[in-house]
Ligand binder design. Structure first.
Ligand code: FM0
Length: 326
C-alpha cells in the first residue's frame, strides 16, 4: 500500500484562464504547456489502516489543516475509485523554488495522483491519471506528460473528456525556458481567485474566449513545424491577452510589477538586436523567457544585467510522471 512518484512543473504557452465548472476543474478553453526538466515534486503515499485521518508532510514538516484538506479532497476521489476507505500518510518533497514564480501545485497534484492511485492498487492509464490530477489543480493534469502537452477542454459535463495529451516528446524539440526571478513586493491575487474574478466580471473576457482557440491552433502548427518564431509570437500575445483580462475585471487587478516591465522591455530590445526571445507570465510578477538553446547564455546575461532581476534559472523540456522504487 505504498508508492512514490515524481512529477515536473509545467509552463503554459497558451494559458488556462477560467473555469466553466469549479467543482470539477473544467476549463473554459483548451490550452498548451511545456513540462520542465529542472523543477519537480516527489511524493510518497502509504495507505495505513491504523491512521484516523490523512497526514500530509511537506518538505519534512507537518502541513497546515488547510493544505491537508486540499490533498484529502483528492485522496477522497482516489479512495472512492479504489473502493477502499483507508487514510493515508503523504510525504511530499518539492524541488520547486516557489519564490521563482513556479507554482508547486501542478507538480504536487500530479505526483500525488500518481503515487496515491498506485499505492491503493489501482491500475490507471495516463488519461485517467490526468483526469484525477485535474481535480486537485487544473494545470496538474498537464504535468502527467513530458514535453509539449495540450489540455483539451472537453464538452461533457462530467469532465470525462477533459484531460491532457502529449503532442510532442520532450527530446523531439529542445527549447530554452528561462525563469526570471524578480524582487517581489506586493501580495498577490492567487490564480484560482484571479481567474474566477475575471470570468465573473471582466469586460475583456469575451475577447479572450474569442481568440484563445485560434492561438492554440497557431501554437500547435508552429510546434509541428518546429517554427520557433511563430510559436514565440503567439505565446507572447496569448500571455498579454490573459493579463489584459485582469485589467477589465471588477475590482481590477494586475500581476505585473515594475520589474516585470523591465524584463518585457529587455526581451523586446533583444529581438531588436536580432536575438529571438519571447516572454510569458503567469499569475504573478515573474517572467519566463523562451528562446533557442543557442541563445540561452546571451539571454541569461541580458536578464542578469537588469537591476531588479534577482536570479535566472535555465530550464528545458522535461519528462512526465516517473515512479520511484526504493
Ligand atoms: O498554467 O484553480 O492550475 O495555464 O498558471 O488550481 O485549477 O493554479 F497564469 C495562470 C494556473 C493558471 C495558467 O491555474 O488553477 C496556466 C495559470 P486551479 P491553476
Amino acid at each position: 500500500m505504498q508508492a512514490t512518484a515524481r512529477a515536473h512543473t509545467n509552463i503554459a504557452l497558451i494559458k488556462y484562464w477560467g473555469k466553466r465548472d469549479e467543482e470539477l476543474f473544467l476549463p473554459t478553453n483548451s490550452n498548451l504547456s511545456i513540462t520542465l526538466d529542472r523543477f519537480f515534486t516527489t511524493t510518497s503515499v502509504v495507505f495505513d489502516r491504523t491512521l484516523t485521518s490523512d497526514q500530509f508532510f511537506l518538505n519534512g514538516k507537518l502541513a497546515s489543516g488547510e493544505e491537508t484538506a486540499k490533498i484529502a479532497r483528492l485522496l477522497d476521489i482516489i479512495r472512492k475509485m479504489g473502493g477502499k476507505d483507508i487514510y493515508a500518510k503523504v510525504d511530499s518533497d518539492n524541488q520547486v523554488p516557489t519564490a521563482a514564480g513556479f507554482a508547486s501545485s501542478a507538480s504536487g497534484f500530479a505526483a500525488l495522483a500518481a503515487a496515491a492511485t498506485k499505492a491503493i492498487g489501482l491500475d490507471v492509464d495516463e488519461k485517467t491519471l490526468s483526469i484525477i490530477a485535474r481535480q486537485g489543480s487544473g494545470s496538474a493534469c498537464r504535468s502527467i506528460y513530458g514535453g509539449y502537452v495540450e489540455w483539451q477542454k472537453g464538452e461533457k459535463e462530467d469532465g470525462s473528456d477533459c484531460y491532457a495529451k502529449q503532442i510532442l516528446e520532450e527530446d523531439a524539440w529542445d527549447l530554452s525556458i528561462l525563469s526570471v526571478l524578480l524582487e517581489s513586493k506586493q501580495k498577490k491575487v492567487l490564480s484560482r481567485e484571479g481567474m474566477k474574478r475575471t470570468v465573473d466580471t471582466s469586460v475583456f473576457y469575451d475577447g479572450w474566449l474569442k481568440t484563445v482557440e485560434q492561438d492554440l491552433q497557431v501554437a500547435k502548427a508552429a510546434i509541428a513545424d518546429r517554427d520557433f518564431i511563430r510559436l514565440g509570437e503567439v505565446l507572447e500575445k496569448n500571455a498579454l491577452k490573459m493579463h489584459a483580462t485582469t485589467l477589465g475585471a471588477d475590482p481590477p487587478f494586475m500581476y505585473w510589477q515594475s520589474a516585470t516591465f523591465d524584463v518585457m522591455y529587455e526581451v523586446q530590445a533583444l529581438r531588436e538586436a536580432g536575438i529571438h526571445a519571447y516572454f510569458t507570465i503567469d499569475a504573478g510578477p515573474n517572467v519566463k523567457v523562451i528562446c533557442r538553446p543557442e541563445d540561452e547564455q546571451a539571454v541569461k546575461e541580458a536578464m542578469l544585467k537588469i537591476p531588479t532581476v534577482q536570479d535566472v534559472f535555465i530550464c528545458h523540456p522535461g519528462p512526465g510522471i516517473t515512479y520511484i522504487t526504493e
